[in-house]
Design a protein around this ligand. Structure first.
Ligand code: ZN
Length: 176
């Protein structure tokens, strides 16, 4: 593209792959970064690499974490017998902010969606079943949608013979 440095074009194409970022916004971000001090750019680049190197998934609940197990799983004051099952880590963060839930979580890492080729084996359902020994109650906090309802139905059926009380959060999760 005439008059546009190659590196700007490269950044634009990278930024425009982000959720909610179109080509115009991508260009605006690239120009915004151009005005930043070198130190700030290095901090940003380092944070991006750290995101990939340091953030992993908790082996117990599948929530994102920098330590294993995550701080929620490691907290002995939280109730092991109540699990709240959610779609992704954003739901955990939203619930932690909005409600005083004292149990623990299980992050599925997505929803069952046959059209997208996502089945139960692609989600953290095996690890959920493996941690049910002391669990008395499961709260399924999955937003209503075709995929959400399919996943909730699948889980309810899977758990129906176990001595566990299943509750569904009726109005979904208030995000934001
Ligand atoms: Zn955890």
């Amino acid at each position: 593209m005439a008059g546009v440095p190659e590196v700007i074009i490269r950044l634009e194409s990278l930024f425009s792959k982000f959720p909610g970022i179109g080509r115009k916004s991508a260009r605006r971000i690239a120009f915004h970064l151009l005005d930043k001090e070198r130190d700030e750019i290095i901090q940003l680049a380092k944070a991006l690499v750290d995101l990939k190197d340091k953030v992993t998934h908790c082996p117990v609940c599948n929530h994102i974490t920098e330590q294993t197990p995550c701080d929620i799983c490691a907290n002995a004051r939280r109730d092991d017998s109540i699990l709240c099952v959610v779609e992704d880590s954003l739901d955990v963060i939203a619930l932690e902010k909005s409600v005083s839930f004292r149990g623990k979580y299980h992050v599925l890492g997505g929803l069952i969606s046959p059209l997208d080729g996502i089945g139960p084996d692609d989600l953290a359902i095996d690890s959920l079943i493996k941690r049910l020994d002391n669990v008395k109650e499961i709260i399924i906090a999955i937003n209503p949608s075709v995929e959400g309802d399919t996943t909730t139905f699948y889980l309810s059926r899977l758990l129906k013979d176990k001595p566990i009380k299943i509750t569904r959060l009726a109005r979904g999760i208030p995000i934001g």
